[in-house]
Design a protein around this ligand. Structure first.
Ligand SMILES: [Fe+2]
Length: 321
């Protein structure tokens, strides 16, 4: 198999077809070794008639693939185009904008992270931060609405988008301007992108991690910064959010153990968003917390980890009726 062929085709599972496809696409399978072509078209998926799918997936030892360019086009011309048109036409509240953007952003990140789609997939997210940042121009949505929109799954893609939204709303509470808010939401969504390079069996391991595994996971800020830097499309704000979102205000974080205002403003915002979302989402190693429990825990047991002014602002937003 040539490298280009291997990266163009992405393996798909049955659940891949359960999303709302408006157009069909070709399904491929991997040819036996010795054939000229490595991937051979097997069938066309028709969203109007998916009756063949179950029998297709019942076949043993056959893996199916999609050409990545089909998937990219699906997002670009189908999903995103319609989303941006709808958002431009209507006078929507921030909560409505969040609710429309959320499933699209999470799905793009899911494909980027889970089927190892190429880095060009991140470009699909380019316009989303601006739309979100504009939506809170007048005011933030009430915190309970924001909390309801953010899904509480134990997955990286929902974590990324949740963190982006919490970062945005904290930035809005702080009175940050449109451009700054845009960078904050972009950086929040991309801060954990380095987890793409950590195997799932380590990331989602049930039970205690070995010291070696812990050290490996702790490399994700550096992996993320390196990847975003290589792409040469992201600001210093975004890069520092990836690199510094696990640093603690008291200097006990990782990887650089920097403290206080040596940690960038945006990364200190991201730290609060990241921990709050982690505590309120399902994890294999502990019970999920309510918003109130998480805020109390952050303000008591973890207090030294956060910029105190930012934490106070976040809590005041959360408790405001
Ligand atoms: Fe992280």
């Amino acid at each position: 198999m040539t490298d280009s062929e291997a990266t163009e085709f992405k393996q798909i599972t049955r659940s891949f077809f359960e999303r709302e496809w408006k157009e069909g696409f070709d399904i491929f399978y991997k040819a036996p070794t010795g054939e000229d072509k490595q991937f051979i078209k097997f069938a066309e998926f028709d969203p109007q008639d998916d009756s063949r799918l179950d029998s297709l997936f019942e076949r043993e030892n056959v893996d199916f693939y999609i050409n990545e360019s089909d998937l990219y086009k699906y997002y670009q011309f189908n999903i995103l185009k319609h989303l941006l048109l709808e958002l431009a036409e209507e006078n929507l509240s921030a909560w409505e904008v969040f609710r429309m953007v959320y499933p699209v952003a999470t799905r793009i990140l899911q494909d980027y992270l889970e089927i190892s789609a190429s880095d060009t997939f991140l470009e699909l997210l380019d316009e989303i931060p601006e739309v979100l940042a504009e939506s809170v121009e007048q005011e933030n949505p009430p915190f309970f609405e924001l909390f309801t929109i953010t899904r509480k799954e134990n997955s990286i893609h929902t974590h990324c988008v949740n963190v982006g939204l919490y970062c945005l709303c904290l930035a809005r509470e702080l009175g940050m301007d449109l451009k700054s808010r845009e960078e904050i939401v972009r950086g929040g969504m991309l801060a954990d992108i380095g987890k793409k390079f950590i195997p799932e069996e380590v990331l989602f391991k049930k039970g205690e991690l070995s010291e070696q595994e812990r050290q490996f996971i702790r490399q994700h800020p550096a992996f993320g910064k390196k990847k975003l830097n290589e792409l040469k499309r992201y600001s210093g704000t975004v890069l520092r959010m990836a690199a510094e979102h696990h640093e603690n205000f008291d200097g006990t974080g990782y990887p650089a153990k920097i403290s206080g205002k040596s940690i960038s403003d945006a990364a200190r915002i991201c730290k609060i968003a990241d921990v709050f979302n982690a505590l309120t989402c399902r994890r294999s190693y502990r019970e999920v917390m309510s918003a109130k429990q998480a805020l109390m825990y952050m303000n008591k047991d973890l207090k030294a980890h956060f910029d105190p002014d930012l934490l106070t602002t976040f809590i005041l937003y959360a408790v405001r009726q």
